[in-house]
Design a binder for this molecule. Sequence first.
Ligand code: GLN
Length: 208
Amino acid sequence: IALVMVLALSACAKSNGTLTMATEATFPPYEYYDGEVIVGIDVEIAVALADKLGMELVIDDMEFDSALMAVQEGRSDMVLAGLTYTEERDLVMDFTDSYAKGIQVVIVKEGSDVTMDNLGDMMIGTQLGTTGYIYASDTVENGGYGEDHVIAYDNGITAVQALMNDQIDAVIIDNAPAQAFVEANPGLTLLDGEWALENYAIGFTKGN
Ligand code: GLN
């Protein structure tokens, strides 16, 4: 009887339809592939949300930039992607309260002469559409380094590969994946200090 009740409960628990989550699953420990399955902190939050709403969670993995667009255009209900709250993004999507702090850090090659202070003389890799790209490519007057000093890659892994191949001098990216990239790639290290401090939140289609 207990089993039947559980089945009945889970059947009705999914009766409110699907909750679609857009993400970019090369962002450990928030979202990453464990074999064929996308797992991580954001996935666990999304599963809990879907359960609470009685909905079935569907995860759509895409480029970070596309995940932002998917939510803005209503093709996904929400984006969980270590997404930083910004006032600009707040104009085009609805945000939850923040659930985590994000820190932008700088990855360099071990022994390189790049410092927090001379980044403006360097070529910097970032991930397209991220706050790292937005801030770094901003004008010098606004605290950035100018577009000429910043390359936007499709994802963090590609940016890190470019750094390993000496195509760029540094990568600005969120601390959590940065730690994972540095661990996985001998010869890389993080500069001391925090390049930027941010708050992660979930973005929903406006009015969803
Ligand atoms: N926190 C950064 C942003 O929101 C990067 C997120 C990511 O790369 N998934 O722009």
